[in-house]
Design a protein around this ligand. Structure first.
Ligand SMILES: C[S@@+](CC[C@H](N)C(=O)[O-])C[C@H]1O[C@@H](n2cnc3c(N)ncnc32)[C@H](O)[C@@H]1O
Length: 298
């Protein structure tokens, strides 16, 4: 399924890009948001795009050829924000967008085992190759992490009520056979939870898959690392927009933005997080959990 940019209209409105500004899309993917944003920068602006996935980088470079200003797309983890800008010799920036997580195409058809609906190798890595030095895959995690670590991660990052049962089932299973596919993991999870839990609308593997993905990619660590680096590069008057998709991300962003407001360094432009309206939710069910928060540096 092609990725549809979420909360596009409010993102354009709150970022309020002006001709000649420097805009960083920290999660550019195929450039869905940036295609709509870059005309506002005119020919004197600059777009810097970042993505850890080289397929995404290729797509963005192709799709953004029509932007009126120069576009530089870098394959890297946004947690190295300072280093990325240094290498491009970009010092000050005016606006940043982080649209967190993964695109619909990555989740559904990257073959990396993000979806419990497909039987694929259990990888779940952010980068589609190992050039960023990512050493841990979901396969490594389920086959080598202790039962306690697995339970803690499934509970902490998935908010999964049956984390202990699932972790025990994973460890029991792997004593006989290595877990290498999403299909095996789904079967293990289904066997570990009560029947009523299997019959609910939400798939019983949803939370465990989310937890493993967050853990393997250190998604919260990367987010925690990037926010102060972005802040350090933003001009006063600069805007930072973050779109989050689960409660852990949302909490981290909300709390960090609050520290900037309390310190008198920033002004929240979104008093309450912006959520998709009914029309967007129906057109793009993936947008349902999205929340947009925007701060302006004072
Ligand atoms: C939801 S998609 C962005 C979609 C894009 N805004 C659009 O509408 O086309 C998130 C993208 O961020 C990338 N990503 C997630 N975490 C990252 C990180 N820590 N460093 C670099 N890229 C990351 C993913 O590979 C993915 O391509």
């Amino acid at each position: 399924m092609a990725h549809i940019p979420v909360l596009l209209k409010p993102t354009i409105e709150y970022l309020n890009l002006q001709a000649g500004e420097v805009f960083v899309d920290g999660t550019i993917n195929a450039g869905g948001h940036t295609i709509a944003l870059c005309p506002l920068l005119g020919s004197t602006g600059l777009v810097v795009g970042i993505d850890a996935d080289s397929e995404a980088v290729k797509k963005a470079e192709h799709n953004l050829q029509t932007c009126p200003c120069p576009v530089k797309v870098v394959k890297n983890n946004f947690r190295y924000f300072d280093q990325i800008l240094d290498q491009l010799k970009v010092k000050k920036i005016d606006a940043v967008l982080l649209d967190l997580g993964f695109s619909s195409d990555q989740l559904e058809s990257s073959g990396r085992g993000f979806s419990f609906l497909r039987d694929e190798p259990l990888s779940m890595t952010l980068a589609n190759d190992d050039t960023l030095g990512q050493l841990v895959t979901a396969k490594d995690a389920v086959n080598s992490w202790s039962e306690t670590s697995l339970a803690d991660i499934i509970y902490g990052f998935g908010e999964e009520h049956f984390s202990r049962r699932i972790a025990k089932a994973i460890v029991d299973y792997r004593t006989a056979k290595e877990i290498i596919t999403t299909g095996q993991l789904v079967t293990i999870i289904e066997g570990a939870v009560p029947i009523w839990y299997r019959r609910r609308k939400i798939h019983p593997a949803t939370k465990t898959f989310q937890a493993l993905r967050i853990a393997v990619n250190d998604e919260l660590g990367a987010l925690q690392a990037v926010l102060p680096q972005i802040w350090g590069h933003l001009n006063s008057g600069g805007r930072l927009a973050v779109i989050s998709f689960h409660s852990l991300e949302a909490r981290l962003v909300k709390d960090w933005l609050k520290t900037k407001v309390v310190a008198g360094e920033g002004k929240l432009l979104t008093k309450k997080a912006i959520k998709p309206d009914r029309t967007e939710e129906l057109a793009n069910p993936r947008s349902r959990s999205a929340q947009l928060r925007v701060i302006k540096k004072l």
